[in-house]
Design a protein around this ligand. Structure first.
Ligand code: AGP
Length: 607
């Protein structure tokens, strides 16, 4: 889950360009960083452990010579985040430099083989074997490009790599297998990166690279080859309708806060998605024998909420499944009548793609909901919808969650309409309510941000939290818990409130904070019962309530009002926003960086 970046420019500005490109990829990994450039046949490398700003402070990452280079920001998988394990990695003679995102599964046996040929390894990483393997093929007389080709044929696992070589100092050779890789074409040069925001300030002209392709970037332009048959691949650039500032903080102190405030705008985008894809996806869902809603983390919470929407609105039973358990839980029962609705903001999450692959092998239909055009999910799905939330840089998903919920709710309403399960009056009413959600979220942020900030301050010393909800709100409780744990590192539990008395309530003691998600609707009466049982044991009650909910106001120690007027099934969108803000301000209270939580990365591209 690292970020790789490379460029070949007209001017000698490669290192500063790579530095700023890596800054835009820092959400993918930030425990060490490095840059390599070539000039006058010499390789210059600067790398160290730590965040980019810290390494730049110590080593000046803008001060490497040359107009061609590669860089890397790391999320350690093999070898602890020490300087020696930071990328780029080189061969024995420091002529070949490699940056890599992914995991080489057979690196140990390749390393033994290379050590028998006399290669000396400096690091504990899987990546370093790539540099030595290329060196070995060059020694055998292969030209640079062919040496890279022969090398990747020996690699098992996932990889996006970029390689430079002092003996052929006018090109960057890149290869993609499973890990994301995109090219950028600009006036001042050519770019390769793990993600589009890295070169968005230079160009929005992007060429998506497919698995099993090798790319040569040089002053002659871009050459793409299919590694297995070595056939040239001609692919037109796509224009990405993202503005550079969309990938910047725009005056907010963190990307996460900016992205929370972006939600009204992005939610309006989800209400203007192309009808034909929504309709096509609805048709596939209508015809499906059985439907699995598959995802990880926050996206799984959107799937869980969707299972209530599909059941209660469209009378469609679905199976929400955590992707990393899909193969074990359903792998054997999936068949040609099965349909997977797969949700992934990045479209690159390895656990999710593995579930997809296992289902496709059994002829199941795969539908995709993602935020990244050109991501792997968009290429393996029969039909996909791009939710138009703009780039999400903060590791903690916020705007992509609420936008996923909006799209999934629209699909459930369309399916209900197609199946004639609810009256036209009800459909019009729900559609009218969906249209109002962006404004409701806007008012909630404006009206409650300071209140939530104060509540976070009040509870900052608490050692643990519970998040409870009933019905569809149990998915919001799970999301609130995940947000808090991700960025404030406070151990927390979330579960359907009815489960308390079956165990978790034993943890409750005076002052133990319990966050309740309690919109008006079918579950309101029973959630009050759950609040009472917690209050009876001295818990501190923090409640997310509908505006004017006097009953719960009197029970709660603190509350956040959402003026929604929405049916319960649509409340997860506005009711999750105060929990996003709560986690954000709690992280600040604990001096954590909300954008770069420890041990995490934005797109989990390894299994
Ligand atoms: C959420 O804040 C986390 N970043 C993480 O749980 C994330 O939702 C999960 O890794 C799934 O990512 P995806 O939506 O890109 O597949």
């Amino acid at each position: 889950m690292c970020g790789i970046f490379g460029c070949i420019l007209q001017k000698n500005e490669a290192s500063s360009t790579i530095h700023s490109g890596l800054k835009m990829l820092e959400y993918r990994g930030y425990d060490s960083v490095g840059i390599a450039t070539i000039e006058n046949g010499q390789l210059t490398i600067k790398k160290d452990s730590g965040k980019i700003d810290e390494v730049h402070e110590a080593h000046d990452l803008d001060d490497l010579p040359g107009r061609l280079g590669i860089g890397h920001t790391r999320w350690a998988t093999h070898g602890a985040p020490y300087q020696v394990n930071a990328h780029p990695h080189t061969d024995c003679k420091n002529e070949i430099a490699v940056v890599h995102n992914g995991i080489i599964e057979n690196f140990a046996e390749l390393k033994t083989e290379l050590e028998e040929f006399g290669h000396k390894f400096r690091s504990k990483t899987d990546t370093e074997i790539i540099a030595h393997l290329i060196e070995e093929y060059v020694k055998k007389g292969f030209i640079f490009v062919d040496a890279v080709r022969e090398t990747v044929k020996r690699l098992d696992g996932s990889y996006a790599i970029a390689v430079i070589y002092t003996k052929e100092p006018d090109k960057i050779v890149c290869v993609r297998k499973e890990s994301p890789l995109v090219l950028g074409i600009a006036e001042d040069g050519l770019y390769v990166a793990s993600d589009i925001p890295a070169f968005l300030s230079k160009t929005n002209k992007s060429v998506i690279i497919e698995d099993g392709e090798l790319i040569i970037l040089s002053d002659l332009g871009i050459e793409i080859r299919n590694i297995s048959n070595w056939q040239p691949v001609i692919r037109e650039p796509e224009t990405i309708d993202w503005e550079p500032e969309m990938a910047e903080k725009q005056g907010y102190s963190h990307f996460m806060l900016k992205e929370i405030h972006e939600q009204p705008l992005r939610l309006r985008n989800t209400l203007r998605l192309q009808d034909k894809y929504l309709e096509l996806m609805t048709t596939f869902l209508d015809r499906a024998g059985e439907v699995f809603l598959v995802a990880c983390g926050t996206s799984y919470h959107a799937c869980l909420a969707a299972s209530y929407l599909f059941s209660k609105l469209s009378f469609l039973a679905t199976h929400p499944v955590i992707a990393s358990e899909f193969v074990e839980q359903h792998g054997k029962s999936v068949n040609i009548d099965s349909t997977l609705l797969v949700v992934s903001q990045s479209g690159e999450t390895a656990d999710t793609l593995e579930a997809v692959e296992s289902a496709r092998l059994r002829a199941a239909t795969v539908l995709g909901l993602t935020n990244v055009v050109g991501s792997t999910l968009t290429r393996v799905a029969r039909v996909y919808i791009c939710q138009q939330s703009g780039p999400e840089i903060g590791v903690a998903a916020t705007k992509t969650f609420t936008c996923q919920l909006s799209v999934l709710a629209q699909l459930a309403v369309r399916l209900a309409k197609k199946r004639g399960k609810i009256s036209h009056v009800e459909i019009e009413d729900i559609e009218e309510k969906l249209e109002r959600i962006p404004d409701i979220v806007e008012c909630t942020i404006k009206g409650q941000e300071e209140n939530v900030k104060a509540i976070a301050k009040k509870y900052k010393g608490k050692p643990a939290f519970f998040f409870l909800g009933r019905g569809i709100s149990s998915s919001v409780a799970l999301e609130g818990k995940l947000k808090l744990m991700e960025i404030s590192y406070i151990p927390s539990l979330a579960y359907p409130a009815g489960e308390s008395k079956h165990g978790p309530i034993s943890l409750i003691e005076p002052g133990f904070p319990v966050v309740f998600v309690c919109p008006q609707g079918d579950t309101h009466r029973s959630i009050i019962g759950n609040i009472m049982e917690m209050k009876a044991r001295g818990a501190s009650i923090i409640a997310i309530i509908e505006k004017g909910d006097q009953e719960i106001k009197e029970l709660a120690d603190d509350y956040v009002e959402v003026d929604s007027g929405l049916p319960e099934l649509l409340t997860p969108i506005p009711f999750s926003v105060p929990l996003q803000l709560f986690a954000y301000y709690m992280a600040l209270e604990r001096d954590n960086d909300p954008d770069k939580p420890r041990n995490l990365a934005k797109s989990v591209t390894v299994k």
